[in-house]
Design a protein around this ligand. Structure first.
Ligand SMILES: [Zn+2]
Length: 558
């Protein structure tokens, strides 16, 4: 057995899911759908003197030519925009449309979902980058399971036009003579809409159904998804009257024919319900997530279903996601109440096995025999024991590459291949884009200020007792951030005579203080913010600079 052969990087060819995409527009009377131009589909409905767009793609650069086609087909400009939900692949291209004074509809939870992502911006960025393969050379990312790869950071700036019309439960709106019924449809997200055109018998299902098993949990990291409501949403789609004749999906091809649509919706909801209910039964029977993820398999008629292949979501990942959503991390085994770390275990195991060389030999044997689960455990021990050693890193990368090769799930493939490439130092993550001004402007100021305690640096603020007041002049709102020895509290009002008060309009406070768009070296910076110390009045520029430096030392940059 030759070691070099075992450790050499092999190209990872995915199997089982689509890697060939042909961008095209499919037309169904007055409804048109742009498929395979981008990860998500874009669609439009012709109305009098123009069209209503459903979703906007991931980036203006990709969306621009589609907008031109929409205008040609409709013979007029955009009259309305409807976002199915707030994921970037559906809204990132919105600047390609002229949405000024155009009704732009979304779910009432739309801004909250986007605002929430700002609590964990670094984690979402890094994990999203692995899931979508942004770090890998473009030629190595072949698919996202339900559509072509998304190259968010290669296609220029991504900004978002925010909605100006909101749906809580149900709205009917008529645009250019066409009636649109917009209904809350929680599922993949809590801000999903289903769009129903009863006269045309056309349903837009968003990402609550496509031609792959859904992500009931997403490995890029998401709060528990509302699985029971998801089933209910699909049932409401099934019971629409008159029955839909055309169902446009957020990803993969439209479904045609009332009987087929009903059958696909039924099978899809049955698969989600089966997984959900099996986990619930298992939890009640005292089973652990390990046991459940080993045991739960879709019934045969669903496992072989073309719409339920695990190219996007996985059954075992969904089982663990649902378990964690209901029960949290603890599996109910007392032995795991204070779990051992891999580093501790590796210390003993490696010694018991006769040292690192013996572990490496076993690892090589496992790779040679194609036993990837054993190889991955041995590589994991090796890595936990000596994470900086090149041999540990190569061993781990080797397993990750073999697992990527064998995966028929595009998301897992991208993740495994990205992690391997990063370990080998073959590539690096792209730079995290700065939060755009428009995004910031649309997140309520109180939601942004509420993030500040989590941005505190516990080391530099460990001995600090300090309070920072915010006087938002145009909104007539005031807040105080109290810092007590490394812990922050945001309170309403100016309380406990703050050590320093920052006074600004909402927009300037967001741009200058929270986004850092304008550095203190610019005159504009000083025109936007006023700093005041109670009892001592306004501060001179030099005093302001010193105070600001002191305050910024207390925070991590996110
Ligand atoms: Zn999507």
């Amino acid at each position: 057995m030759k070691r070099d052969h075992l450790f050499r990087r092999r190209s990872t060819r995915p199997s089982g899911y689509r890697t060939e995409f042909s961008p095209r527009i499919e037309s169904f009377g007055r409804v048109h759908c742009a498929l395979d131009f981008d990860l998500a589909n874009l669609a439009m409905v012709q109305v009098d003197d123009g069209y209503v767009a459903i979703d906007a793609g991931s980036s203006p650069k990709i969306t621009m030519p589609i907008v031109e086609r929409w205008e040609q087909l409709a013979g007029g400009p955009i009259r309305g925009m409807i976002y199915t939900h707030s994921h970037i692949d559906h809204i990132g291209g919105s600047e390609a449309f002229n949405l000024n004074d155009v009704p732009t509809w979304a779910h009432v939870n739309f801004s909250d979902e986007i605002g929430m992502s700002q609590l964990l911006p670094n984690a979402y960025f890094v994990r999203g980058a692995k899931q979508f393969g942004y770090a890998l050379p473009a030629a190595e990312v072949l698919s996202n399971g339900v559509g072509p790869p998304m190259r968010l950071y290669d296609t220029g700036r991504t900004s978002i036009r925010f909605p100006n019309q909101h749906v809580k439960d149900y709205e009917e709106t008529t645009i250019g003579g066409q009636t649109f019924i917009l209904q809350s449809a929680p599922g993949e997200t809590c801000d999903h809409l289903m769009i129903w055109l009863p006269d045309q018998r056309v349903l837009f299902a968003g990402d609550n159904l496509f031609e792959a098993f859904p992500n009931l949990y997403s490995i890029r990291g998401v709060p528990p998804r509302p699985v029971r409501q998801w089933i209910d949403t699909l049932d409401r789609m099934r019971r629409l009257q008159p029955r839909p004749e055309l169902m446009i999906l957020g990803h993969t091809a439209p479904v045609q024919g009332a009987d087929k649509i009903y059958q696909v919706l039924t099978d899809y909801r049955d698969a989600i319900a089966f997984v959900h209910d099996s986990v619930v039964r298992g939890i009640n029977a005292g089973k652990s997530p390990d046991q459940l993820s080993e045991e739960i398999r879709l019934p045969k008629h669903l496992a072989n279903h073309p719409y339920l292949q695990e190219h996007y979501g996985t059954v075992h990942g969904s089982v663990r996601g649902i378990y964690a959503g209901y029960m949290g991390w603890f599996d109910g085994d007392g032995m795991n109440l204070v779990p051992l770390s891999d580093r501790e275990i590796a210390g003993w195991v490696i010694e018991d096995m006769g040292g690192r060389d013996k572990v490496t030999a076993r690892f090589e044997q496992a790779i040679y025999e194609g036993d990837l689960r054993r190889a991955s455990w041995l590589a994991r021990m090796r890595f936990a024991n000596a994470p900086k050693s090149s041999e540990s890193r190569q061993a781990k990368a080797t397993v990750l590459e073999r697992m990527a090769e064998n995966s028929n799930n595009a998301i897992n493939h991208n993740w495994l291949a990205s992690e391997a490439a990063l370990l080998r130092g073959r590539c690096s993550l792209p730079n995290k884009p700065k939060i755009s001004g428009e995004l910031l402007e649309n997140i309520p100021i109180e939601q942004l200020l509420a993030l500040l305690p989590s941005r505190l640096n516990p080391r530099t603020s460990a001995k600090t007792n300090f309070s920072l007041g915010f006087d938002i002049t145009d909104k007539k709102q005031q807040y105080t951030l109290l810092i007590r020895r490394g812990i922050g509290e945001l309170a309403s009002g100016l309380i406990d005579s703050p050590s320093l008060i920052v006074r600004a309009t909402e927009r300037n406070l967001k741009r200058v203080f929270l986004a850092g768009d304008i550095p203190p070296t610019q005159r504009e910076f000083w025109q936007c913010l006023e700093f005041e110390v109670p009892d001592r009045g306004l501060l001179s520029p030099i005093q302001r600079l010193l105070r600001l430096a002191r305050v910024s030392r207390l925070f991590h940059r996110a």
